[in-house]
Design a protein around this ligand. Structure first.
Ligand code: BES
Ligand code: ZN
Ligand code: ZN
Length: 501
């Protein structure tokens, strides 16, 4: 879908469907909606009076125009209550209305920038949110589906209309940023939705390399031999049960003085988590193709960062492997040594994410990253603790935790902090090694984080557990069923905030 910013009046624009909006409680619309209503002899007002249009957030109502304006149809998008209105509501209204336009098989669509008029939002920010809502909301993964089936085709062209010429430049800039962020998020979704027979560690490395080449990022990858040389016994331990070779992918962006330490983004890249010898139950095991969602978030955030060019250095590190049972697989009771020299007793081979992150985080430290943020579909316990709407956040550096929370808020992603205090350390003590990879029945999201903290050592560090949020059971606004691409936008925002410090 091509997005164009056009200086035009929506009631005079020719296309298959125009999108206007309405706040809940408004009885006679003003602005662009009012102009369209007048041209339609008050038809929208009549539908409001009859209760068919309420303006509730994400409501969409379609009317035909019978030649009264050049567009064939009008879609009225509900913006919800004026006092609850912000950028998140713009994203949701855009997603709902563009999906409605697509369902009508509209090819050429026009919309106003929700919020940039009466809504009182900054035009650039509103245009960015509108673009995000549109592109994220229209996302579908249909690569493996036969062409015709139910898809109904795609919208070819989205025209973003603004009458005031002075706002055009700001809207164009918002659209540019929104497109970069949405495309990166949608790439992460594609990577998550790809089956594990396609999205192997090798394929992840190829995608990272393609992103690097196209956007002037530095790229390299460590293979098994190099991992051995560096002593990455934890990552190698997880990989040893699989035929598919592991990869440790590195992407570097230099936006500031190359001597300055880089923000390290470390993403869990388990391309399939069967649990290994501590095998998982088969129910919903297919979702474990998405156990590389953290790695995908890092690769795609790096891509967007390279395009937006904040003045900061950022390095992405993605340890990637499968976790499978076999005659060569790691076993409960085995002891491995991570690259920082620490030994780990493997109690449960299904707690493999923290093993590969031990080496991923130690490697990020070794190459000078500070601070470090890791992201992982780490624990089912995190979802049990906080439910499906939030990602868990835990860290050793309150200022960094706070910065990450603010980045998430700005990006429209939800995170919730869990405690990370000394007493939990006790729970991961091993009788035979420096640490063990499970912490018992309670506080699983926290003991998982405590484990990784051991490898971040004194480097300021934050851990984001996206096990609750990486995958959706159903479509929700601009979040699709399946892979959701969480944390791409938050990490880009974090890099931008660090650039401003
Ligand atoms: N990848 C899983 C966590 C997970 C579960 C993510 C469900 C998303 C949805 C992780 O590797 C795992 O299996 N964790 C175990 C840890 C336990 C053995 C300490 C878990 O959560 O049960
Ligand atoms: Zn696991
Ligand atoms: Zn896992």
């Amino acid at each position: 879908m091509e997005i164009k910013v056009v200086q035009a009046d929506i009631s005079q624009f020719s296309c298959d469907a125009v999108i206007v909006n309405l706040f809940e409680g408004v009885k006679s619309p003003g602005g662009a909606t009012g102009a369209v209503d007048q041209a339609l002899d008050g038809w929208i007002t009549k539908l409001i009076q009859s209760g068919e249009i309420t303006g509730k957030l994400s409501e969409t109502r379609v009317t035909h125009t019978h030649g009264k304006i050049p567009a064939s149809r009008v879609i009225v998008a509900g913006l919800g209550k004026p006092d609850k209105f912000g950028l998140e509501e713009v994203r949701r209204a855009a997603a709902a209305s563009l999906k409605a336009a697509r369902a009508l098989k509209a090819k050429k669509v026009a919309t106003i920038v929700h919020g940039a008029g009466v809504g009182g939002l900054d035009a650039k920010a509103a245009a960015q949110a509108l673009t995000e809502g549109a592109l994220l909301g229209l996302y579908r993964f249909k690569k493996y589906k036969a062409e015709a089936e139910e898809n109904g085709g795609e919208i070819d062209e989205l025209n973003i209309l603004e009458r005031n010429g002075q706002k055009i430049a700001a809207i164009q800039e918002g659209v540019r940023i929104g497109k970069i962020l949405s495309d990166a998020t949608n790439l992460a979704r594609d990577m998550i939705n790809e089956p594990a027979n396609a999205m192997t560690p090798t394929r992840m490395a190829e995608i990272a390399e393609e992103a690097a080449k196209a956007n002037k990022l530095e790229f390299y990858v460590l293979d098994k031999d190099k991992m051995w040389e560096l002593g990455m016994g934890a990552l190698l331990g997880v990989a040893q049960g699989s035929v598919e070779p592991p990869r440790l992918i590195v992407l570097r962006y230099t936006g500031a003085d190359p001597g300055k330490p880089a923000l390290g983004l470390v993403g869990k890249g388990i391309t399939f988590d069967s649990g290994g010898i501590s095998i998982k139950p088969s129910e919903r095991m297919e979702e474990m193709k998405g156990d590389m969602s953290g790695g995908a978030a890092v690769i795609c955030a790096m891509k967007a960062i390279a395009q937006l060019k904040p003045k900061v250095n950022v390095t992405g590190v993605i340890p990637a492997t499968e976790n499978l049972p076999s005659g060569s697989a790691i076993k409960p009771g085995d002891i491995v040594r991570a690259m920082n020299g620490k030994t780990i007793e493997v109690i449960n081979t299904d707690a493999e994410g923290r093993l590969i992150l031990a080496d991923g985080v130690a490697y990020a430290r070794k190459i000078g990253c500070s601070p470090i943020v890791d992201v992982a579909t780490l624990t089912g316990a995190c979802a049990v603790a906080i439910g499906p709407f939030y990602s868990g956040v835990l860290g050793t550096d309150p200022a960094l935790v706070d910065l990450l929370k603010r980045s998430a808020e700005a990006a429209g992603e939800k995170v919730w902090e869990l405690p990370l205090t000394e007493e939990y350390q006790e729970l991961v003590k091993s009788d035979v090694a420096d640490i063990k990879n499970v912490g018992g029945r309670y506080g699983g999201a926290i003991t998982g984080a405590i484990f990784i903290k051991t490898f971040a050592e004194d480097t300021p560090w934050v851990h984001v557990d996206i096990a609750p949020t990486f995958y959706g059971d159903k479509d929700e606004g601009y979040l699709p069923k399946g892979g959701r691409g969480v944390m791409v936008r938050t990490f880009v925002n974090l890099a931008q905030r660090l650039a401003e410090q």
